[in-house]
Design a binder for this molecule. Structure first.
Ligand code: SAM
Length: 284
């Protein structure tokens, strides 16, 4: 990574993403993955894990708001939230903006990601790791859900792609154990890749979640960093009504919460469940 450009091409054969690099800020092989933090003129600071872009300063708000506010405003009274992964702190920051949330457990496999993101991406967590409602556990998310005695209203899986340490978080065994940690009527959401580029991920997740939940589907968000168009976010619950709420019902909860968002709103929430036909076709 000494040249001026860094190319992130480890995800797709023959299709890559490139950044002009102003400075390489940090680079280390942690016990789990290759962590790089670079500064770029266009996207601001960018974090890569094993050569794959994870988050950027410029567009993180789209991903984090959609991963968090869709399930937390769809659920009628979310008090306890579990985050798997999410070491940059963006998910935790957005969850803690919900004042009715009483407790959050976050399980991240790699403590170095948390430490380095606190230093190089302070606005991602914005102090959230020090919130008394947050309990941070450094562990493998799969092992955590296999042994966990706690239950949660919403579970958010903000993992890497299904290669490397994140692979286990896309398995049937993980989903099965994860469901035992979900309260009745709870919702689980998970980053599920870009369907145009990673179509098989949509099919695999759909097949695995449909066996466990009466309502397994996806919603979508356009995140520029995750190249290839819409990103899919897996959605699973046993309460199918939660996916069908009106703009008015959601808007009422958003207004009561009383905080500002840059991407998410009640109209976007409802529209996000509208899936293009090429995505629907992958749900088989
Ligand atoms: N938003 C990004 C994306 O969509 O590509 C991913 C964000 S990044 C914060 C994902 C995090 O998942 C990393 O910090 C990584 O260490 C963590 N992770 C990967 N495998 C994990 C596992 N088995 N258990 C817990 N955390 C894991």
């Amino acid at each position: 990574m000494s040249a001026k450009n860094v190319v992130s091409e480890s995800l797709y054969d023959g299709y890559a993403q490139s950044f002009t690099v102003s400075e390489v800020l940090f680079e280390v092989k942690t016990g789990h993955q290759h962590l790089q933090i670079i500064d770029t003129p266009f996207m601001g600071r960018v974090m890569l894990l094993d050569g794959v872009v994870q988050t950027t300063e410029r567009d993180e708000f789209i991903y984090h708001e959609m991963m968090v506010h869709v399930p937390l405003f769809a659920h009628p009274a979310p008090k306890r939230v579990l985050i798997i992964g999410g070491g940059d702190g963006g998910i935790l920051r957005e969850v803690l903006r919900h004042k009715n949330v009483e407790h959050v457990t976050q399980v991240e496999i790699d403590g170095s990601v948390i430490d380095m993101c606190k230093e190089y991406f302070p606005k991602h967590s914005n102090g959230a790791f020090d919130d008394p409602r947050a309990n941070i556990v450094i562990a493998d998310g799969k092992e955590f859900v296999a042994q966990c005695q706690d239950t949660f209203d919403v579970i958010i899986s903000d993992s890497t792609d299904p290669i490397g340490p994140g692979e286990v978080l896309f398995t049937s065994d993980f989903y099965k154990d994860e469901k035992t940690c979900l309260n009745a009527g709870g919702i689980m959401v998970a980053q599920n890749g870009v369907p145009f580029m990673q179509g098989q991920e949509v099919t695999n997740t759909f097949q695995r979640l449909s066996k466990l939940y009466s309502d397994a589907s996806f919603y979508v968000a356009p995140v520029p960093t995750y190249i290839g168009g819409l990103m899919s976010l897996a959605w699973a619950t046993d309460n199918a009504e939660l996916r069908k709420q009106s703009v008015e019902q959601i808007a009422e909860r958003v207004a009561a919460a009383g905080f500002e968002t840059r991407f998410y709103n009640a109209e976007v929430h409802v529209a996000a469940f509208a899936l293009p036909n090429y995505v629907r076709a992958l749900m088989k």
